[in-house]
Design a protein around this ligand. Structure first.
Ligand SMILES: [Zn+2]
Length: 207
């Protein structure tokens, strides 16, 4: 089968996307073949058109997810890569080899294209997720990999800034609110005046 041009095996998004199908809070989004079919459908931009029987290989997708999660966790926790997970992503990547070729349809502007060995769509998608994991864990993006520590999140993400801690502004706010409440509880019922009043006082002093 021809590779789908959207099946970009150089994208690290696929690894993160698969890892996120089992959120810290909430249900497993790959609990059944039907759910995998929906997940693939929602990611057509990344994985292309799945064949009808792709979702039937949901057990293989869950097994790969376990390996991906183990590898990403090892990175963010500074642990060595687990050998079983390394073996699994290497096997799946090697099952559908890819290579670069020069497309000189316009000889003045030749472009690099990635070709994929003939295989069913499910194998291609599994290989694409495995490759994206290998590139993420073994490449420069590894330094930007984080796991969001906000209550109930735990999402893996790539930090845009070195100091980034949360996966989103919403998670940052939720974590700050949780910290604020924890401090208030620790301080007891009669706390100090609120920071807003403090800020107003400061502003008045400077007028
Ligand atoms: Zn988050």
């Amino acid at each position: 089968m021809d590779p789908d041009p959207r099946l970009d095996r150089s994208s690290s998004n696929l690894a993160l996307e698969l890892a996120r199908t089992r959120p810290a809070r909430g249900t497993d989004r790959l609990a059944s073949a039907g759910e995998l079919a929906r997940w693939l459908e929602e990611r057509r931009e990344l994985v292309g058109d799945p064949e009808a029987d792709t979702a039937l290989r949901v057990v293989e997708f869950r097994a790969l997810r376990e390996a991906v999660t183990d590898l990403l966790e090892a990175v963010v926790e500074g642990r060595p890569a687990p050998p079983d997970a390394v073996r699994r992503v290497n096997e799946l990547s090697a099952a559908v080899p890819t290579w670069l070729r020069l497309d000189a349809t316009d000889p003045r502007r030749p472009v690099s294209r990635r070709s994929t060995a003939s295989a069913g769509r499910a194998s291609q998608i599994l290989a694409a997720v495995a490759t994206s994991t290998i590139e993420l864990v073994g490449g420069n993006d590894r330094e930007r990999l984080r796991r969001c520590p906000a209550p109930g999140c735990g999402r893996f993400f790539l930090a845009g800034r070195r100091a980034a801690v949360w996966c989103s502004a919403a998670c940052g706010n939720r974590a700050r609110v949780a910290r604020h409440h924890a401090r208030r509880r620790a301080a007891g019922p009669s706390g100090a005046p609120s920071t807003d009043e403090g800020a107003d006082a400061t502003r008045r002093e400077h007028v």
